[in-house]
Unconditional design. Structure first.
Length: 63
C-alpha cells in the first residue's frame, strides 16, 4: 500500500485539495470522500506518463 499526503480545505459547499507532491494539480469534491477519490484519479494520471511536463516537488538534504 502506498501513502501520499494531501492538502485540503472546505470552501462553501465544496472540498478543494491537491497532492503534496503535485501542488499545481488541484481538484474538488462535494464530499471529502469524493475529493479523495478524485485525488487518486489525478495521481494515476500524473504518474502514468500520459501528461507531459508534470511539475513535481522535490527535497534536498544539506549536510
Amino acid at each position: 500500500m502506498e501513502k501520499k499526503k494531501f492538502v485540503y480545505f472546505q470552501e462553501e459547499e465544496m472540498w478543494i485539495g491537491w497532492l503534496e507532491d503535485f501542488p499545481d494539480y488541484r481538484t474538488q469534491g462535494q464530499t471529502l470522500e469524493e475529493l479523495k477519490e478524485n485525488l487518486k484519479d489525478i495521481y494515476d494520471e500524473l504518474t502514468s506518463g500520459s501528461i507531459p511536463c508534470v511539475r513535481r516537488v522535490g527535497e534536498l538534504v544539506f549536510e
